[in-house]
Design a protein around this ligand. Sequence first.
Ligand code: GLA
Length: 535
Amino acid sequence: MIPNKHFYFRFPALAVALAASAALLLAACAGPAEPPAKPAPSPAAPARYHAEGDGLALTPPMGWYPWNIFGQEPQNEKLIREIADALVASGMKDAGYAYVGPDEGICFSRGADGVLTPNLQRYPSGLRGLGDYIHGLGLKYALYTDAGSKTCSTAMPGTKGNEQADMKSFADWRADYIKIDWCNSEGQDIVKTYSLLGQAQRAAGRPLIHSLSSWGDGYPWQWAGAIGHMWRTTSDICAPGAADWARALRIAFANEKLADYAGPGRWNDPDMMIVGMPGLTDAQNRTLFSLWCMMASPLIAGNDLRGMAPATIAVLTNLEAIAVNQDPLGKQGHVIWNDGNISLWAEKPLFDGSRAVLLLYQGKHRAEKKILWEEIGFAASDALYVRNLWTHETSGPLTGGVTVSAGPEEAAFIRVSKANDFPIPPIITADSYRIVLRSNGSDPQAPAATITMTNKGSAELGLWKIDPKSVPSWLSVSVQGGGKRQMFVNKASTAGLAKGAYHALVRADNIEPVTGRPMSAFYYDVDMEVTDGGR
Ligand code: GLA
């Protein structure tokens, strides 16, 4: 079977290795590669971002990936299905988590025809079958590959030389998200390689979130927004199964320096979260989650979702913290001062005029600190309300500032506003992302099925607009209901259709009503099977 090979320290970012002193090099071998301190925006920063076309990930993607807790060997269809079920049962789906699937552990091989072949021992339904199951739960399908000749463990083929065929396979399997690692890529030009993969993915015709995983190699924050939606900024947050608190904090402090590069559809990715992994306290879980929310980082859980402690579920599903992460302005908060023990994280304006603020305490005893209004973008004389995003209590109106307290390795995470109201931005969930219509071709019929979309946010949304280019002639889609609950009613017309299988990927778009900004596009699959029925 596949060897469970993982090399904890195998990815020091090239740039860091070149720049670091001998002492820093030693540190890099024992910890994450860190990006350089606040590099200036590159003159070559993309003029247009990839997400402007497909409308995907206009807020940070939310989901789950297996690597942090499981590593490679335990990944199989049974595990991924159980996790997907747990994602729904735990309430995480209702809080906005959607993307789920195998990481390295996907276990495909390359057939004699050059095409990727699923491992049916590990994934008996095939990789398309697993995707259909996930879509049926109202979740989105995430898959994995590598841009080099082989994946990181060398157990699976990478895409090198087969970019078009592989991206076609991911589209055929109905992936909505693909993470592309950078192992075994010696001699490859990083920008050319990921650009080629981006072109191949577009040619395959299925929009999906493209997650570049070069761990900061090649400074992806300077160019990857033109190709995909998110890029890893550092090496791995932990070895599989071994949460490492100090390492996670170092990664957060490396990632926060890149705040200028993030925005809707283009995210710095400090790796999957370690919330809920063995060995962490509830306070550490809350703190890590607060930091990832504050940095507008993709919220990809990395723990075992089966049998989670209620306290872990409460952290991962805290809608008031998620509201900061999913804010439509898409600003990445960052450190504005750090005295070694305490750091203040701010410059995270939110869609309603409020601001998120985080105070991280790394000392040994509980500390109190006054945050001044002028430090966080308000005037000293402003009368402001303060929402504690963990206790869900509001204080105020206060002038001048607010005193917060935090225990060792704990963050105070607050939202400050002129209004005593802390609205939640749109958080969209669906009862399914796939419908199946069946019909008898010799007896014209109009099979119909509905997808229901729910907004967990505060706003009543306008009606979603169906993209007519995404609706083939045999299908019509109307949007019914309104506000927080809308239905996509799909009707097929089989008159004149030959026997066979038909497929559409329907796209709908909406606008966030307060800011007037586009929301992430909503895509779902429609499959129709026309049988002759023997009449
Ligand atoms: C790299 C990535 C991890 C995981 C492993 C799989 O280390 O950074 O997230 O995908 O590869 O081998």
